[in-house]
Design a protein around this ligand. Structure first.
Ligand SMILES: Nc1ncnc2c1ncn2[C@@H]1O[C@H](COP(=O)(O)OP(=O)(O)OP(=O)(O)O)[C@@H](O)[C@H]1O
Length: 282
């Protein structure tokens, strides 16, 4: 599959402080790629370099076949969408008028506005001034703004951090639909469930370096001890190693009707992150 993004040996130093070091990865076209890491690990710095907001100290970046020298051009800007902590709205204008301005900037048809408001569950707030919206509602307008010109690639920096569970589920469905229609998505999140559910691949970032990279379920298998956790009706919890000689023990438990539940030991992405870095991803 063709690459939407190719990052090689990326490094960014602020004064004396190295924010990211030797970061390399590819994002394939049509993929949902997650960059996961705790606060200060370098996620936003990476996104800012990939979207032309910040210049790297060294390393190579190619996004949608554009070299970094072209990241400020209208052609590049019209092909990408960005939701970041720098994204902003005009407080005194309505939701509709904010999105209208953005449509005009990118020559997107105005019909897209109502389509996007439906996608982010904000139809009823169409004519409200942005100043009257909650934080979560503003976040959803920003998401609509990032997607309204149908970019080939979107960068979403913590898109669901301010949202309630109902709206998170709605936005997840929207992102999956968008991705099925061919949009490549690069997302940063602290939410491991979100990453497991949405991402085709994730990279774990800690102290500015990628510590692990892979498909979420493949990583869960890689870090599994492959043991079975068995819970019995008399409330015993057994851990049985997945060895050939233990098969009879499991068979016996099932045959005698003692098993309440049986689960294979696949750690969550959060547990894997903790194991690799010694840090909780919260
Ligand atoms: N403009 C800047 N000047 C100096 N240091 C910076 C600057 N921007 C980021 N840093 C430092 O670089 C490191 C990485 O920051 P970055 O914002 O990329 O982390 P992050 O993973 O996005 O964190 P968060 O999840 O809190 O947004 C941090 O140590 C931060 O203090």
């Amino acid at each position: 599959m063709e690459n939407a993004m190719k990052v090689t040996g990326l490094r960014k130093v602020f004064n004396q402080h190295t924010a990211i070091e030797d970061v390399s990865f590819n994002v394939k076209r049509g993929e949902i790629f997650g960059l996961l890491g705790p606060s200060g690990s370098g996620k936003t710095t990476t996104i800012k370099i990939l979207t032309g907001e910040l210049l790297q100290t060294s390393g190579d970046v190619k996004v949608l076949d554009f070299d970094i020298a072209f990241f400020k051009t209208p052609d590049f800007k019209s092909r990408i969408g960005i939701l970041s902590d720098n994204s902003s709205l005009y407080d005194r204008l309505t939701v509709y008028d904010n999105l209208k301005l953005f449509c005009k900037l990118y020559d997107a048809p105005l019909e897209q506005i109502d389509v996007m408001l439906e996608e982010v569950n904000l139809k009823d707030a169409r004519n409200k001034a942005v100043s009257k919206l909650s934080k979560g509602m503003k976040q959803r307008v920003l998401l609509a703004k990032a997607l309204i010109h149908k970019p080939d690639l979107v960068f979403l920096d913590e898109p669901t951090s301010a949202l309630d569970p109902g709206n998170i589920a709605h936005i997840h469905r929207g992102l999956q639909k968008l991705n099925e229609a061919g949009t490549t998505i690069f997302i940063t999140t602290h939410d491991m469930e979100e990453a497991t559910k949405l991402c085709d691949r994730v990279a774990f970032l800690d102290k500015g370096r990628i510590q692990e990279l892979g498909n979420p379920n493949a990583l869960r298998y890689k870090y599994s001890t492959h043991a079975f956790h068995v819970e019995t009706f008399d409330d015993k919890r057994l851990v049985i190693e997945n060895e050939r000689e233990n098969a009879d023990e499991i068979k016996e438990l099932i045959a005698t009707g003692k098993v309440k539940s049986i689960q294979s030991d696949n750690p969550t992405l959060g547990q894997i992150f903790l194991k690799i870095t010694g840090k909780e991803l919260v």
